[in-house]
Ligand binder design. Structure first.
Ligand code: PLP
Length: 394
């Protein structure tokens, strides 16, 4: 099958024009496939001190605060770098030097938060659920009962390494009941999964430009309580990652403290406009959910098995077990699929061989049908006959 059989090249949709050209679709959790108009927005150079650019920054901040209903008590601070820079900035700025975090860990991104706290020298404890089990509210409740010295709970919204959608609402309820503070890594979920401060009154939430809002990489952003931004003064070990300082300067001058990724920022505003045009969070969730449903159904029909039960599958990315067939080799599989127009993602499990297929980016269910077909053909040319995982992988 050639890519053109399923391609939506140059088709205008309510989400913007689909990508043109011969690049493969990125079925990865960021960077991802972006709209033509988002890419086109980068064809202009901007002065970072100029009023026009300041207006872009201001509009982005306003739109992001509105996306989580934080108009009253929250502010938004963009931060240069990839998403991890913003996570590190948030942990360093909001957890005081004498604070203690409880990190809810069930994959690579929870582990990364712990590593950051090792670097910056903050006390923490973990609830480690391994590769793919969700941290449950009851477990958090028990830990907070037993550990009165925990000041902050750090949770990953969608743990992208397995694709699990963690039970954020239940966890937030417990954290609030214990009057502790919640920091949410919603990197791969914000913009596609509802996250509203009236339901989940987080202290701070972190996400980035190149995930569900479908911008290009270059910066992250933090939405935090104004109180928390105020109180963050002096906490950060790092000048460039000091959210309090970035916030104060931005509010005073309208500028980023240090050179912003201007082209990325302007592209992000276009991505936000497309997001609104699609119907905001609900519209995006509907498209990603359909992407996942079509893709997972097609893969299961071929005989592949998902790591997670349906109940925990996110509309962001899905992990599949590699087939228990000696003809299957991930490197070859990847190349075969790529030659058919799709980039997939290796697995990140410690115990079983797996691979991942993302549902986010400017893709629709036609693209997802295309990737299933590409998987089928790739397995055929490799001589893979048994698609099921080895017995007892779970
Ligand atoms: C993508 C992602 C990050 C940040 O990763 P970067 O590579 O630094 O952009 C953090 N947490 C989660 C859950 C993610 O999906």
């Amino acid at each position: 099958m050639t890519r053109h059989a399923i391609s939506l090249n140059e088709v205008q949709t309510s989400q913007g024009a689909y990508p043109v050209g011969e690049e493969p679709y990125l079925l990865t959790p960021g960077p991802l496939t972006t709209a033509v108009s988002t890419k086109a927005a980068m064809l202009k150079d901007w002065g970072s001190w100029d009023d026009d650019f300041k207006a872009v920054t201001a509009e982005i901040r306003t739109r992001l605060i509105a996306m989580c209903g934080g108009e009253k008590d929250y502010d938004c601070v963009p931060m240069q770098g990839s998403g991890t820079f913003s996570v590190e900035a948030a942990l360093a700025s909001f957890i005081p030097k004498d604070g203690k975090a409880l990190i809810l860990m069930n994959g690579a991104y929870g582990q990364r938060s712990a590593k950051i706290l090792d670097y910056i020298g903050r006390d923490y404890m973990v609830l480690d659920k391994g590769d793919y089990l969700p941290p449950m509210p009851e477990e958090v409740d028990a830990l907070l009962n037993a550990h009165k010295d925990v000041t902050h709970v750090v949770v990953v919204h969608c743990e992208t390494s397995s694709g699990i959608l963690n039970p954020l609402q239940g966890i937030a309820d417990v954290v609030m009941r214990h009057s502790r503070k919640l920091i949410v890594d919603s990197m791969s979920a914000f913009g596609a999964l509802p996250l509203n401060v009236s339901d989940i009154p987080f202290e701070a939430m972190v996400s980035s430009a190149n995930k569900c809002i479908e911008g290009v990489p270059g910066f992250g952003f933090i939405v935090a309580k104004k109180d928390a931004l105020e109180a963050a003064k002096g906490n950060s070990h790092s000048l460039s990652l000091d959210i309090h300082d970035q916030w104060v300067t931005m509010n005073k001058t309208g500028q980023w403290r240090f050179t912003p990724p201007t082209h990325t920022v302007v592209a992000f505003l276009e991505a936000l406009r497309l997001h609104e045009k699609e119907g905001g969070v609900q519209g995006r969730l509907a498209r990603y959910t359909r992407n996942r449903d079509v893709m997972v159904a097609g893969m299961r029909e071929l005989g592949f098995e998902t790591l997670l039960e349906n109940k925990w599958l996110s509309p962001i990315i899905t992990t599949f077990f590699s087939p228990n067939d000696s003809s299957f080799e991930f490197g070859r599989f990847y190349d075969e699929i790529k030659s058919r127009g799709f980039i997939i993602y290796p697995g990140k499990l410690t115990e079983a061989d797996s691979f991942r297929i993302g549902c986010i980016g400017l893709l629709d269910h036609h693209v997802m049908k295309g990737v299933v077909q590409a998987v089928k053909e790739s397995c055929e040319v490799m001589g893979v006959k048994n698609f099921a995982p080895p017995d007892g992988v779970r």
